[in-house]
Design a protein around this ligand. Sequence first.
Ligand code: CUA
Length: 152
Amino acid sequence: AYEKLWLACSVLLILFLIGTVTYGAVGPGVAMVADSEQPIDAQNLDESERFADPGVEQVGENEYAAYVVARQFSFQPDPIVVPADSTVTFYVTSADVIHGFEVVGTNANTMVIPGEISTLTVETDEPQEYGLICNEYCGAAHHAMEGKVNVV
Ligand code: CUA
C-alpha cells in the first residue's frame, strides 16, 4: 500500500514540475514577442489606445491616419470621414474573424486579420461618397457587412 502512495506522490511532483517549466517558458515569452512586433496594439482592442475608439486623426499637414475595426458584421467608425486632396493611411484590424476591406470602385482592398494590422495608403481627390464592403466570407451576414468612406 505504501508503495502505491509513494508512486502517486512522485507522479504528482513530476506533473507539477512540468507545469511550472512550461508556464515559465511559454507564458511571458509569447506576450513579449507580440508586444515587440505590434507597435500599435491589435491584441486587446478594448484596451488599445488606437482601436478602443477607432477614428480618423490628422498626423501631418495633409496626412491622416484612419483607424478602423472590422467585426461581424460592420466597420467602425461608419462612415469613415476623410478630407479631400490628402494622403490617408488606413490601419485596419478585426475584432473577431478574418474580414475584407474594399473601398468600392477603387483599388483600395486588403484582408483584415484578427490580432494584426493591415495598412493601406491612398491619395484622396474630389469629395465623394464611397461604399465599403467586406469581401472575405465571415459568417451568416457577410453579404450585409458594409460601410461608407466619405471624402469631404
Ligand atoms: Cu466581414 Cu465578410
